[in-house]
Design a binder for this molecule. Sequence first.
Ligand code: N01
Length: 537
Amino acid sequence: MPDTADTQAFDAIIVGAGFSGLYQLHVLRDRLGLVVRVLEAADGIGGTWYWNRYPGARCDSESYYYSYSFSHELEQEWEWTERYPEQPEIMRYLNHVADRFDLRRDIQLGAKVTSARFDAAAGCWLVQTAAGERFSAQFLITAVGCLSTANIPAIPGRDSFAGISAHTGHWPHGGVDFAGKRVGLIGTGSTGIQAAPVIAAAAAHLTVFQRTANYSVPARNGPMDAAQQREIKANYAEIRRKSRESSNGHPFDFSPLGALDVPPEERQARYQAAWDRGGLRFRAVFKDILTSKEANDTASEFIRAKIREIVHDPAVAAMLTPTDHPFAAKRPPIDTAYFETFNRANVTLVDLKATPIQEITPAGVRTSVAEYPLDIIVYATGFDAMTGPLLALDITGEGGLTLREHWAAGPRTYLGLQTPGFPNLFTITGPGSPSVLTNMPTAIEQHADWIAGCIAHMRANGLRRVAATQDATEAWVAHVNEAAAATLLPMASSSWYLGANVPGKPRVFMPYAGGMARYAAHCAQVAAEGYRGFAFA
Ligand code: N01
């Protein structure tokens, strides 16, 4: 119920028009008949893919399953052109989805949400945008993605740089011309590893500033031919089933074997085959790569040997070799000629552990030992992941409690879907859900469907309000911690999964590491038991 005459009232407000917001709109409007408004800060749909237009931006999941499964017609008519879709192709796909399902009429672009407050008396959320528009809705659903708040380090002198500087997650829409330019690239996560070879090929010189050396496996991208398209389309039902029943939302099986169950030569041959095939599937060569340090050591050492083999200069190879964390304990990048890039005459690697950046000057970057004159600085420094985009909405729940206060020591959710004290607020792929540990569309569809199921249950039973209980939340947070502790994931002390990349952020392992299939089954069971752990009114 609106609190002023100029408040626009809806059944549900969805924040964000990326993969999750588009699908949530479709489900709530076209299946449940709700009156919905999507508020999107950008001037176009696409979410993370709208913003991340940096050179080399491409999805690490394979195109045919980094896609919606909800429409048989959609998956049959859409043609992916490459094994991994490039950013413009994903944007074409999402725009096609928006048109095909007539979504645009309920999406408001350029509408940046600046606050959301639960009005307990009226039983609704009051949402305000930067332009001062006001909305009210019984349900508020955040579809803001996990990696949409840029982390731009506060390096002294940062804003004094006289050249062009850009964060990869806010890449200029007109592009950046690297021709003849001296470019500095800070960051060697998935983004930096995708961007470096493309920038090196275009620029006069590329200096890569590396703080933590990273593992990477070749992507082995290539065109999709007609025969592959036919085979995929004929098998979509099975591909989707496998994705949903897998631990990480990808339609591939993990080997039933442990890394130490086979002799060294066979182990090596299996790693080599996976290296040749390329992609994130490398993690599936053995079942225990992420649970046994001994098993992981064999995978980590295989990749380290590859780096030594590919990179000609042994000193550069040594700098590029990760030793401080197990393979895949941080989100593993995949690449196209990343390590090979350091064999180019126009590429320099700077080890920031040995020689930290001291300041950015108008002319470039100054480390403890040298000054690097630059025309362009590219920040591939990642995101205030998972909690950042939610806290940026300035959400206030019952009794004036803010989400920022509630999560001061780290996020605490029930199933990653709800937070106690914030009734009728649902979070798609929130902290405490598998989200970033999966192929995102699989996790997104599961969440949007579950939320729609919960709302349908409320409507059918005349219920106006749902909130996670404190007890269920405490138990779930404990389970999320246990699930992470059963893996090697917490061993990467510089991981954004732990919030470690943002100074001052609480160190809490945020995603649920117990596996997508197990998680989805648990959510279904919770619903089947009358939404156990949720209180209705
Ligand atoms: O960010 P990151 P990203 N000084 O946080 C360094 C997804 N993604 O944008 O490791 C110097 O992984 C930081 O160093 P360190 C994917 O889930 C998907 O690359 O903290 N360096 C690190 O090297 C991915 O995991 C795709 O020591 C600083 C880098 O910046 C996630 O997005 C493609 C620094 C940040 O790496 C994030 O990836 C790309 C500082 N002050 C990304 N601060 C696809 O699927 C940070 N760094 C297409």
